[in-house]
Write a protein that binds this ligand. Structure first.
Ligand SMILES: Cc1cc2nc3c(=O)[nH]c(=O)nc-3n(C[C@H](O)[C@H](O)[C@H](O)COP(=O)(O)OP(=O)(O)OC[C@H]3O[C@@H](n4cnc5c(N)ncnc54)[C@H](O)[C@@H]3O)c2cc1C
Length: 402
């Protein structure tokens, strides 16, 4: 049981409404999303009418409480939504899911005014949001950001450059991290960061180049440039100079959705491999009759189930509260994304030559699995978080300061 204390710590509670949601999303995927997949891959964009359909179905409001115009729902609902959408398209799932990187910090740390002003528009799907933290010189090292916010009368002036920002092309609202003070010391370099909400119309905010990353076709990320952007005081989220905590807390929760994305795409890669191995004949038999293939499928399925359980466990723990959920979310993200890569690769191999044909669509799972491994904290960062949590919980040691 170590480092947990009781069997209760491993309980996964899935209320009936989560299963109802799963079926609703599955139907949307099969009837509306699947017929548009090649269009998304070819144009590199998510069709607007499809996003409107998803909003109409209530998907953009999941995780946002009803008092702010949302559907409510726990992390389990968010996870199931992301998993089912990613089974068809990671890009589409990310397109809707990335708003969580805005809504989570606003819900946890924002003012009542900020919640009322921004969340209902996101919940209704009328507006989209993005989260701009990564910079050319800082990704995993969140405290290494160099964008600045200088105090002026009535607010702040922001300057800097953010890269790989998902959803920036269509976002109306942005969560942006900046430095408001230099780090007081090397040990406390996480201090001095402040989070702001920027609206698309703010002068000096520019959307730059789009990055041609190999995966996430349809929702590839953008550069965001801050050129003397004036942001009013009331758009500071949480406390000035205390933004690091907001960022890492946001990622602690949001990475469960990335684990779910990995589970969804791994499920699709597995299903394709299974169907193909039943249909494909070699040496006058379906290839599934060869042990070399059937053992691979059994291994893929076991890893897929384990990844799904870890992900639901993390979502269940996050819903319950308490900082131990961070263990679960890091382990789930690390495991599910790495297993998705393995399953996607195995699926390509089971497909033989057609597995390498882009038109056939199996390579997409591998390209997308690689994205899930990197964004919202790489596997190395998840390992670090897991060990840091362990040392903190069991021995009271803070590894960050060693
Ligand atoms: C498709 C895509 C979408 C993205 N969307 C967003 C977004 O919406 N918003 C946003 O802010 N960012 C976004 N990102 C950025 C993403 O979060 C970062 O790329 C990621 O966190 C890794 O940071 P990095 O690229 O700077 O790599 P680095 O931090 O430079 O890492 C390079 C390598 O070193 C390893 N490494 C770093 N530090 C350690 C350590 N302490 N111990 C062991 N290994 C270490 C890493 O694991 C990695 O293998 C996106 C990225 C991609 C590819």
């Amino acid at each position: 049981m170590f480092p947990f204390t009781s069997l209760d710590d491993f309980k996964i509670d899935i209320p009936e409404e989560v299963e109802i949601l799963r079926k609703t999303v599955r139907e949307f995927v099969e009837t509306k999303l699947v017929p548009r997949l090649s269009e998304i891959e070819k144009t590199g964009d998510i069709p607007e009418d499809l996003l409107k359909e998803a909003a109409k179905a209530g998907f953009t409001g999941i995780g946002i409480p009803p008092e702010y115009g949302g559907q409510g729902g726990s992390f389990l609902e968010m996870v199931v939504l992301q998993e089912e959408l990613s089974r068809a398209s990671l890009a589409f799932a990310a397109s809707i899911g990335v708003s969580g990187l805005f809504t989570i910090p606003v819900l946890l740390f924002g003012t009542e005014e900020q919640k009322r002003r921004y969340l209902p528009h996101i919940a209704s799907g009328e507006k989209f949001a993005a989260h701009a933290n990564t910079e050319p010189g800082a990704g995993s090292d969140v405290a290494g950001i160099q964008s600045t916010a200088k105090k002026v009368d009535g607010g702040y002036v922001l300057n800097g450059r953010k890269i790989f920002i998902t959803g920036a092309g269509k976002a109306d609202y942005f969560i942006v991290s900046t430095r408001t003070s230099p780090p007081p010391s090397r040990r406390e370099r996480w201090k001095g960061i402040t989070i702001f909400i920027i609206e698309r119309g703010f002068q000096g905010l520019r959307i730059g180049q789009r990055f041609n990353v190999i995966g996430l076709r349809g929702e590839q990320p953008y550069e965001v440039i801050l050129d003397n952007v004036f942001v009013p005081e009331e758009n500071v989220v949480g406390q000035v100079d205390e933004g690091f905590k907001i960022l890492v807390t946001t990622y602690d929760y949001a990475r469960i959705s990335v684990a779910a994305q990995a589970v969804g795409l791994a499920q699709a890669a597995f299903e394709k491999a299974l169907n193909y191995s039943l249909q494909r004949q070699a040496f006058e038999r379906p290839i599934i009759s060869f042990q070399g293939i059937s053992f691979k499928l059994a291994e893929m399925l076991s890893k897929l189930v384990a990844a799904r359980l870890l992900t639901y466990w993390a979502a269940s723990r996050a819903t319950k509260g308490g900082e131990e959920f961070i263990f679960a979310s890091s382990i789930a993200k690390m495991y599910a994304t790495e297993v998705a890569e393995e399953i996607a690769l195995m699926s390509i191999k089971i497909h033989g030559g057609v597995g390498l044909d882009e038109e056939y669509g199996v390579t997409r799972y591998l390209r997308d699995a690689l994205v899930t491994e990197i964004y919202e904290g790489t596997g190395e960062i998840q390992r670090l978080t897991t060990i840091r949590m362990l040392l903190k919980k069991v021995f009271g040691i803070d590894l960050a300061f060693m």
